[in-house]
Every structure is written in C-alpha cells, then in structure tokens.
Design a protein around this ligand. Structure first.
Ligand SMILES: *Cc1c(COP(=O)(O)O)cnc(C)c1O
Length: 393
C-alpha cells in the first residue's frame, strides 16, 4: 500500500495479540518441577501450593484472606451467595464488561441493573451508580476494566452511605491499586481470575477471592465446598468450586514474577504512547490513546485504542490482513445481549457504553512483546489512518 512516508515494515513476522508460550517457555523447567511435585504428592486438591497461593494473593491485595476457587466467574457467584443476594434483589453492574460480571446476578434469580461508564476510563460511572440505587439494591460490582482501577473512593463512600456491599471484579487487575490501595481490598470481597489471558494467567481455569472479613472468608470457603461442614453435613446449598493444586503450583512459579510482568506491560503501554506520538497520532482525529487516571496504578491487562468515525472495523480488518492480532473487548454491551432481552433494555439506554463498544480496539500488550513488534503495530495503524484520510479527501 502506498502511504505518505509511513510504510509498514515487512521485516517482522506476524504480531500475535497474545502469546502465552513466550513467558511459559522461560519458566518451563521450574513449572514442570512444581507440577511433578504435585503429581508425586498425590494431593491434587487442598495441597500446600493452594494455601501458599492464597497467602501470596492476599499479600499482594493487602487483605487478610485469600480463598481459592475454580474461576473468576465462580468468585463473583460465590461473593454474591455469601452476601445473601437472592431473588428479587438488584445488583448494580457495568454493561461494558465480560459477561460473568452480570450472569452471577441472574444465576441467583436477582436482577442486574446496568450502569453506564466514564467514557475516558471505560470504568463504571459512580454518578450513574448513584442514579440507579433503589431500596432493593443489595450489591454493587465495579470492574477494574483492562487493568485500571475504578474510582473506588467515590464508589465505596456512596455504597457505605446506603449500606450496600461492594464486590470488586478484579479479574483483569491483580496488582492494580487506587490511591495506592490495592484492588480487592476496597470492597467487602474482591474477585480475581487466573484465566490464561489475565495478568497472572494459569494453565487452565482458576480464581481467588480476597477479603478482610473473617466471617466472609469462612462463608466463602463453606459455600465453595458444597456448604458442607463437617463432611456430609450440609448447612446450606453451596457449589463445588476448588482451585486445583496443579493450578496453584504453576501459579506460584508465575506469581513470583508478577511484578516483572506488570512492569513489562507498563513499559509496553508507554512505548505505544511514544510510538503514536512520534507518528503524530497521539492526538489525532481518528484514534485516541487510553486515558490514565492519575490516581490509579494501571496494570495494563489490555491496551485500548478508541477509533472514531466508524473506522474501527476497517482498521481491525486491515491489521488482520497485515498479520497484527487485535480484539474487541467488548462488541456487544451486556444490556443488549439476547439473554438479557427480558430485562427490557433498548439501544440508546447507555450511550457511553454503546459508543465504546463500537469504537474500542485492543492491541497486543503482553509482557514479552518486543519493541519492534510494537513499532510494526503502530506503523500499521498509521498506514491505515493516512489511507483513510486520503480516501476521505
Ligand atoms: C475474565 C473475567 C471474568 C471471569 O473470569 P474466569 O476466570 O474466566 O471465569 C470476570 N470478569 C471479568 C471482567 C473478566 O475479565
């Protein structure tokens, strides 16, 4: 393609959105050794690595307790179960998030009430939370989207005034903080995911709950184990949600390196912003850089570009043709999902959310991404932009 001085370099092969093998290969021997120890111990559930990981995640989150479970989705469900959310209750959630933030509410027969986002950060807007609190609101679930903490000071103050518990969806944000206070320690409960694409990605599914409350920690553990205590005596109806010892052992190897992974993500984000600046695109009509809240310690699970004027899908298609992996988190807001049709929402109800779903595009940002790969990604974006500008002229 002919462009005005901006040429996508051909020297570097395809750039994947995410390549978990790069970090996994570096620690291969250490992980396999840890897995072999689990194998030989025969303690596939409740092995020592599970307690070690619980303690380590609690330490990072600055909470008294960590409770392992089978996934981030289960962590959310267990949180609401422990808080007693039930049929007829309402839970305020963002619509611009992964499905699990809201499905846990519906699973319990309660109603998700969708709030709009701050269009700069894409995180839930506290003003819209305030507008949606009713006498039936039983919980609020802010999501620390893309690795950037939601404004927890405002949200927790609002929730406390109404005596509503806060469950933090920190699935994308382990290690993030707001005003220096780690995510997962602001609300009554924090939910972390070890899904492979997350900042602390496991080798399968896994999750963790964080809390400072001993009563809640105990209840979460009880509910994650079929509400059974002692064995074969069930005081209430729980679920079966455990973190495997294999997962925990593999994650223990990775969690020691989490800070390094986070620093690499932060460096990659800076590199992108500099590269976009160098090409005159940091402040442009067509693309908008991610906004960083100065109170937030951002851990960059995702790098989101806002692509204006209906160019998002075209840009994505071009990047795909050039071998650059991208993703759209998330193309359909939850309030417009087919499964939530009976809640009666229609297009136009959450304007900032709906606009973000049309304009957002995510670029590769995993820790082992190289500078040359980033330059190639930005060159491709620049090439698309200048071609689009000329097409419009
Ligand atoms: C990944 C994710 C979840 C679910 O975590 P799983 O471990 O995949 O079940 C929940 N909420 C958000 C915002 C997520 O990104």
């Amino acid at each position: 393609m002919q462009t005005n001085g901006v040429q996508a370099t051909d020297a570097i092969p395809n750039v994947p959105l995410l390549d978990v093998s790069r970090s996994n290969q570096e620690i291969r021997e250490e992980v396999l050794q840890a897995l072999a120890e689990v194998y030989d111990s025969g303690r596939f559930l409740f092995g020592p690595a599970v307690q070690e990981l619980e303690a380590e995640v609690a330490r990072i989150s600055n909470t008294r307790f960590g409770v392992g479970c089978a996934s981030g989705s289960d962590a959310l469900l267990l949180s609401l179960m422990a808080l007693g959310v039930t049929a007829g209750d309402e839970v305020i959630v963002p619509s611009f998030t992964f499905f699990a933030t809201a499905s846990c509410v519906s699973r319990l027969g309660a109603t998700p009430v969708f709030a709009d986002i701050d269009p700069r950060t894409y995180n839930i807007d506290p003003n819209d939370i305030a507008a949606k609190i009713t006498g039936r609101t039983r919980a609020i679930i802010p999501v620390h989207l893309f690795g950037q903490a939601a404004p927890m000071d405002v949200i927790c103050k609002l929730a406390a005034e109404h005596e509503i518990p806060v469950v933090e969806d920190a699935a994308q944000a382990i290690g993030a903080a707001y005003y220096g206070r780690p995510v997962g320690s602001w609300g009554q409960v924090g939910c972390i995911s070890f899904y492979p694409t997350k900042n602390l990605g496991g080798m399968g599914d896994g999750g963790m709950l964080t809390t400072n409350c001993d009563i809640l920690a105990d209840r979460l553990r009880l509910l994650a184990g079929h509400g059974m205590r002692p064995r074969y005596y069930h005081s209430e109806i729980g679920i079966n949600s455990r973190l495997d010892t294999y997962q925990a052992a593999g994650l223990m190897v990775k969690i020691k390196r989490l800070q390094g992974y986070t620093l690499a993500r932060q460096k990659n984000a800076q590199n992108y912003i500099q590269l976009f600046r160098d090409r005159g695109l940091a402040v442009s009509e067509m693309v908008e850089m991610p906004y960083v809240d100065s109170s937030a310690h951002h851990v960059w699970n995702q790098f989101s570009l806002r692509v204006r004027d209906g160019h998002r899908d075209g840009m994505r298609q071009y990047l795909t043709q050039q071998g650059v992996g991208t993703e759209v988190y998330y193309p359909v807001p939850l309030h417009l999902q087919e499964c939530f049709q009976d809640l009666g929402y229609s297009t136009g109800y959450l304007p900032h959310t709906e606009r973000a779903a049309k304009e957002i595009l995510h670029l590769p940002i995993f820790p082992e991404l190289t500078f040359d790969e980033q330059a190639r990604v930005v060159d491709c974006v620049a090439a698309y932009c200048s071609q689009a500008v000329r097409a419009a002229a």
